[in-house]
Ligand binder design. Structure first.
Ligand SMILES: *[C@@H]1O[C@H](CO)[C@@H](O)[C@H](O)[C@H]1NC(C)=O
Length: 208
């Protein structure tokens, strides 16, 4: 009888613990690997679950002729704790999202305008690359190096979804050359020539 009582109360309390519909991010608190703490549910409103920024083209007047407009947890607190987020990608003609990784998420991309040459490289150095047209979707497995290049003569637009509210982004060239690691060490660890390293550090804003 006591066993049954404990069993029933366990079910009661555990089901109570599991019932939390959402946890809109309190962006004023710290972010942990599990996400942000929850905004007071009494203060949650519809606009916490709506993000209107992805209808606006990003500014592609930059060195890569590309723009990524994120709807990650920092911009869109409603995705906190849900394991998802999105972004918009604008690629002007000749634009490129250089080789990069998202340490925290797999990605799926859908082309809605133009054409995009996209690819990723596996940990076994396998190359998976394809020219995508409007309506095509492609996945990029978590953590792998990947890139997107405009493959048409017109501006390309894609929307991307991520399997995390905080996918993270590390652009390989910026990691290597937009830092203050002494050029000698960059040369040593990349096998590139000193002149090339200095040139890229100058272009990307690195020092040393
Ligand atoms: C786009 O970015 C460039 C370079 O930063 C800037 O000069 C230009 O004013 C921006 N255009 C718009 C429409 O914001």
């Amino acid at each position: 009888m006591i066993h049954i009582f404990f069993y029933v109360s366990f079910l009661f309390f555990s089901s109570h613990a599991a019932v939390q519909d959402f946890c809109v991010a309190n962006l004023n608190g710290p972010e942990s690997p599990a996400g942000y703490s929850c905004k007071n549910p009494a203060k949650v409103a519809i606009d916490d679950f709506v993000f209107s920024g992805l209808g606006i083209a990003g500014n592609t007047t930059n060195i890569i002729k590309a723009a990524v407009t994120p709807a990650f947890v920092a911009q869109f607190p409603g995705v906190n704790g849900l394991g998802i987020s999105m972004a918009r990608l604008d690629l002007a003609p000749d634009g490129v999202v250089p080789m990069h990784t998202h340490p925290g998420a797999s990605e799926v991309l859908v082309v809605v305008q133009g054409s995009i040459l996209a690819g990723f490289i596996s940990s076994a150095n396998g190359v998976y690359v394809k020219t995508l047209k409007k309506g095509d979707i492609m996945v990029f497995p978590q953590g792998l190096l990947h890139f997107q290049i405009n493959a048409g003569g017109i501006p390309a637009i894609a929307f991307v979804s991520f399997s995390s509210p905080s996918p993270g982004l590390q652009i390989t060239d910026f990691a290597l050359f937009a830092n203050n690691l002494p050029s000698k060490l960059v040369v040593k660890t990349t096998f590139l020539d000193l002149a090339q390293v200095k040139k890229l550090k100058a272009v990307l804003g690195g020092t040393g």
